[in-house]
Design a protein around this ligand. Sequence first.
Ligand code: GCB
Length: 614
Amino acid sequence: SFWPKTLAVLALFLTLGGAGVRAQSGLIQQAPARRVLSLNGSWNYIIDPYENGFYDYRREAFDQSKTGKGGYYDNQKPSNSQEPELIEYDFDHSPALQVPGDWNSQDPKLLYYEGTIWFKKNFKLTPTAGKRYFIYFGAINYEAHIYLNGKKLGMHRGGFTPIQYEVTGKLDPSGDNFVVVKADNTRHADAVPTINTDWWNYGGITRDVFIAEAPGTFIKDYEVQLAKNEPGTLAGYVQLNGGGRAGQTVTLSIAEAGLKQTVKTDTAGRATFRLPAKKLSLWSPRSPKLYAVSLTSGPDVVQDKIGFRTIQTKGQDILLNGKSTFMRGISIHDENPLIPGRARGEGDLRMLLTWAKELGCNYVRLAHYPHNEAMLRLADEMGLLVWAEVPVYWTIAWENPATYQNAEAQLSDLISMGKNRASIVVWSVGNETPLGDPRLKFMTSLIKKARSLDDTRLVAAALELHREGSTVHVDDPLGEYLDLTSFNEYAGWYWGGMPSEITKYKFEIKYNKPVMISEFGGDALAGYHGDANTRWSEEYQEALYVNQLKMLGAIPGLRGMTPWILTDFRATRRQHPVYQNGFNRKGLISSTGVKKKAFYVLQEYYRQQAAKYD
Ligand code: GCB
């Protein structure tokens, strides 16, 4: 018939158009700090490569059918009747995986799995009248369909940003509830990221899950930062959500600094404040001062720990709190090489950042996608500047509007998640994207979006270069729109001969902006030794770092770098059976936690830079 098809087309249009991609309009700030019920722990799972739990045998989705029933999200159990129904799945007798955690590193048969896995968890929660409830997932890779007590809450695409749904009125008054997630990590050409990347496609519920409780009207969103170009002024806003949000008073207080201001919300429930704050100790890597900030409105109180600093560029300088700085960085994936799999908790994250500190870093590039919010908070606490990025990587479907919407939604969620973190100084809109007009339009739109959401931080992207003889040109037209000239540069590994030969290269850089080398490096198998020309040896990587640092030292505007990479990490494209075995070996630290020789070369260089700048 006509209608169902039209509706299906409409639904498809809405989904592809992005309306189905965003789970919500704006994330709740500090959701984990509210009264929460954690849903971390064991979740029963069912591997479902044919998606039998989602489609019937005519390939019609159960959750689109008249009854909406029939899918695994029903969590059906045989009744006690004399003629029990045929049910061909049973969550309660299925094995369990730990959440948070990717599935690949938890069961050898799932190492390469790409497709659907269903997860189910029972929980006890008796809702209190007048309270509101929100279910929150830190991240699910990649496409997630989420159901509570058999009813669909929504669908979300994007493997690295939080998902949150209001469940007020949907919890069972008896207190017995269950949540089912269909997680599907199938790669798609028009997805963000696209089919081809150089990291493992870890699937599953990879970050924390909880239910947060809030009063009927609550502080949903806020920003508390120094005003742009006015380091002596605090500015920001509070957004209330719920009935009666207009005309409410909101109090911002930073007791330690003796700061307090009470403001009233407008008809939309938004209140803005501005107050002189000349005596604040500014946040910096050397002194990562965080203030206890409290926001109060009616019965709702939110506490946060926030640092205050300024970041700007002037000519080729990067000014942190007005002072020229050199960003001694390292790139990091959201992966614990020792598992190996996605970092699962604060211990893993602290291990990674502690290694970065040991290297002498004041800066980390959290590549190539949004990392855990806990990582951003740790960077605040430990004193590390952060480059935060969205997975607009390599060959994105530049001309597909739905792909753009998806990328923009991920960028918006990243900025929403990170806007109160002093550590974050750079929003990166992508990595090594190929030149072309559709790409330029896509990327400049993302840059515009980032600036519209946050005009206090720098916007960058990891660009590429091209060569003519021994001249290296950096003139990507995108560079015009960015605050940094940041590019990846693999002399001595992918091009340019042996490490000892690369110092002959000279850089021609089109833009008068601070130069940031977003990547360089080469593979070394820890414990494999040879001379400086023996590829894969620690000595080769060591020589590569020595000569890279010499070569880069000749760039007058050089103001920082994030070599590739802190630790070895799993990557499907790395097939060499002796040296790689499914790992990218560009780590300065091996997959067993051993520091390679090049680690000490960079550490010494950073010691010298720190002496010069700090
Ligand atoms: C790059 C990519 C990074 C890769 C790296 C490599 O340029 O940005 O994701 O892992 O090179 O090792 O080739």
